[in-house]
Design a protein around this ligand. Structure first.
Ligand SMILES: Nc1ncnc2c1ncn2[C@@H]1O[C@H](COP(=O)(O)OP(=O)(O)OP(=O)(O)O)[C@@H](O)[C@H]1O
Length: 225
C-alpha cells in the first residue's frame, strides 16, 4: 500500500508508527501529532491529511484509547480461564497468539474477586449459568491468566483464533475447537468488540501494567510493502 503514497507521507507514517506504539497507555507526555497520524492511517486517511493533522489540538491526546485504533493497531483482553490453567494450556494459548504475529503487552496470574468477575460478565447477569460462571472464574482452584495482546485487527482475529463459544461448534484448528468440549469449560476468553476490549483491559489492568515495547523484527511481521 505504501507504494501509492507520496514520499513525504510515507516518511511521516514511518516516523509516527513507533511513537504511536509507545504512546498507547500513558502518554500525557507523548507527541499528539504522532499519535493522531497513526489514527489517520488506521482510518485509511493518507497523504496530505497525514501531514495536516500535525496541527490538531492537544485534547486529541486525551481521547486516545487503551484498546488502540479500531481496525488498526488494536489491543484485546485475553484470559486463560481456570480450566485452561489446570490443564496446562497456558503455553499453547500464548503460542497461538505469538506465532500469529501478535505482541504480548501485559500478563498476570490472578484469582479475580467476585466483584471483578461480575463486572466482567455483567452483560450476562440474569442468564441461568451466570452464578456458576462467576463461581468457576473466582474459585481460586487455579488462577486466571489475564493478558493484553496488541497488533493489527487483534480483537476480531483473536476471536477467530479462539473459536465459537460452544466448543462443539468451534472449528478444528481454533483453540476451543482443538482443546475442549464443554461450553462451561471453554478455557479462554477474548474481547468481542473494541468497546469490550476498552472495558476489559481497564477492568483487569492498571495503565502501568501494560508495557510499551517494539518487535525487533517488526518489518517482517507487519509490513504491507
Ligand atoms: N449455556 C451456557 N452454559 C454454561 N456456560 C455458558 C453458557 N453460555 C455461555 N457460557 C459461559 O459464559 C461465557 C460467556 O459467554 P458469552 O456468550 O459471552 O460467550 P463468549 O463471548 O464466547 O465467551 P467469553 O466472554 O468467555 O469469551 C462463555 O465463554 C462460557 O464460559
Amino acid at each position: 500500500m505504501f507504494a501509492r503514497f507520496p514520499t513525504a507521507a510515507r516518511q511521516a507514517i514511518r516516523t509516527a508508527l513507533p511513537a504511536a506504539r509507545r504512546g498507547f497507555a500513558t502518554a500525557a507526555t507523548q507527541s499528539t501529532s504522532r499519535w493522531t497520524a497513526v489514527a489517520a492511517v488506521g482510518a485509511g486517511v493518507v497523504g496530505a491529511s497525514v501531514l495536516a493533522i500535525k496541527s490538531q489540538p492537544a485534547h486529541a491526546e486525551a481521547q486516545k484509547s487503551i484498546a488502540g485504533v479500531p481496525g488498526g493497531i488494536e489491543r484485546t483482553f485475553i484470559a486463560v480461564k481456570p480450566d485452561g490453567t489446570q490443564r496446562f494450556l497456558i503455553g499453547e494459548i500464548i503460542k497461538r497468539f505469538e506465532t500469529k504475529g501478535y505482541k504480548l503487552v501485559a500478563i498476570k496470574a490472578i484469582v479475580p474477586s467476585r466483584t471483578l468477575a461480575e463486572k466482567h460478565y455483567e452483560d450476562l447477569k440474569g442468564r441461568p449459568f451466570f452464578n456458576g460462571l462467576v463461581k468457576y472464574m473466582t474459585s481460586g482452584a487455579a488462577p486466571v491468566i489475564a493478558m493484553v495482546w496488541e497488533g493489527k485487527d487483534v480483537i476480531r482475529q483473536g476471536r477467530r483464533l479462539i473459536g465459537a463459544t460452544n466448543p462443539l461448534e468451534a472449528q478444528p484448528g481454533t483453540i476451543r475447537g482443538d482443546f475442549c468440549i464443554s461450553v462451561g469449560r471453554n478455557i479462554i476468553h477474548g474481547s468481542d468488540s473494541f468497546e469490550s476490549a476498552e472495558k476489559e483491559i481497564g477492568l483487569w489492568f492498571g495503565k502501568s501494567e501494560v508495557i510499551e515495547w517494539e518487535f525487533g523484527n517488526a518489518e517482517w511481521v507487519t509490513a504491507d510493502n
